[in-house]
Design a protein around this ligand. Structure first.
Ligand SMILES: Nc1ncnc2c1ncn2[C@@H]1O[C@H](COP(=O)(O)OP(=O)(O)OP(=O)(O)O)[C@@H](O)[C@H]1O
Length: 147
């Protein structure tokens, strides 16, 4: 039992570390708490609460794994390397997919409950979010190349 609680205390240490060092994790935590407060005040049903809990958990889990990958790569290969760049980009891509999923879930559940939006709005806003991010990185790339 002592060993069990000790491993949990290490997990809490890790949780504090990712919260302290990652700005994105802090923002995602604020979104997660807001979603839970809304779920509570809007009296969502069992299925809706489970979908919100799933999407929030996936985002926070992948942000933690992404941080783990970044730190591991910085440790084993601190210098510039295109493969390291690809590995880190893949970790970030996993977080982006999870964030898009959570946006779709939020729009379907909260949009449906508060504004009576049809569920298909979730897909439309999810795709719009991905396009917005792609455009942003395209402009950023052009700025970098001085165009
Ligand atoms: N050693 C490296 N070699 C090549 N490209 C890298 C390297 N380190 C980072 N990059 C590129 O820079 C991007 C950002 O990496 P970084 O580790 O700074 O992540 P971050 O999300 O800004 O993390 P943090 O906010 O925790 O510093 C990566 O996705 C990758 O494209």
């Amino acid at each position: 039992m002592k060993k069990f609680s000790r491993s949990f205390s290490f997990a809490i240490k890790g949780l504090f570390e990712v919260f302290r060092s990652q700005r994105n994790f802090k923002i995602q935590t604020v979104f997660a708490l807001t979603a839970f407060i809304l779920a509570f005040t809007l009296n969502l049903d069992e299925g809706q609460i489970l979908w919100i809990t799933l999407s929030v958990s996936i985002v926070l889990i992948l942000e933690t794994v992404n941080t783990l990958i970044e730190k591991m790569m910085d440790l084993i290969h601190p210098h510039y390397n295109p493969v390291v760049g690809v590995i880190k980009d893949l970790g970030a891509a996993a977080v982006l997919i999870a964030a898009t999923f959570s946006i779709v879930v939020a729009v379907v559940i909260f949009g449906g409950k508060v504004f009576n939006w049809p569920p298909k709005y979730g897909i439309i806003i999810g795709i719009a979010f991905i396009i917005f991010i792609m455009m942003g990185s395209l402009f950023k790339g052009r700025e970098k190349n001085g165009r």
